[in-house]
Design a protein around this ligand. Sequence first.
Ligand code: SAH
Ligand code: MG
Length: 218
Amino acid sequence: MNESQLIHYLDSLPKQEPAWVKQMQHDAQKDHVPIMDIQGIALLQQLIRLYQPQKLLEIGTAIGYSALRMIEAKNNLEIVTIERDQAMYQRAMDHIVDQGRQAQIEVILGDALELAVETKTKGKFDMIFIDAAKGQYRRFFELYEGTLSKNGVIITDNVLFHGYVANPDGAPKRLRNMVKKIDAYNRWLLQHQGYDTVILPIGDGIAISIKRENDYIS
Ligand code: SAH
Ligand code: MG
């Protein structure tokens, strides 16, 4: 059995998903919005159930799918999420209002590369979910890790990017630079002394980085 058969099997298992989830998945696929896939979001939800964060920062809202699904996993979770695209922002706001979650999810419209100072004023986050421009992952990590609470967790999506990160020569030319940047990020992250990181080949590749207890002494 190869890997795609395994994923196909897992995806095909029946699930009890509410109609709004199916609708958002359908809309995202139709409009080519790169939301987390079935296995990826299932892992993210399970991490939330295990870790029980009070406050979560998301970089890359898109249509609000992952934010709403994370709240599905923890009903009183508070989320601050950043999106730079006006149309995506609007769609996310509409979905959040539809689900009655506007008191819990604050969407900031703007470029996350420019919002770190403003975001700091919103308090500490127990979990940070990085899912925006793939070539900028290290910058997002370094800009926002200062907002992470003690023992916090940083989760990064798409770190294997369609398998291309493991096989850059197989990537379309236009993606090669970005794929190399993700590879550099993964290498940097795994050697980071402040975090213990594991990368799982689930969804599109998910890195889970747990902040070390004490600031390490070299
Ligand atoms: N987390 C979403 C998918 C996010 S797709 C989900 O799984 O449901 C990535 C999003 O990040 C896109 O909507 C894109 O507009 C946004 N983005 C990319 N670079 C960004 C940046 N520098 N600042 C804010 N948003 C950014
Ligand atoms: Mg993603």
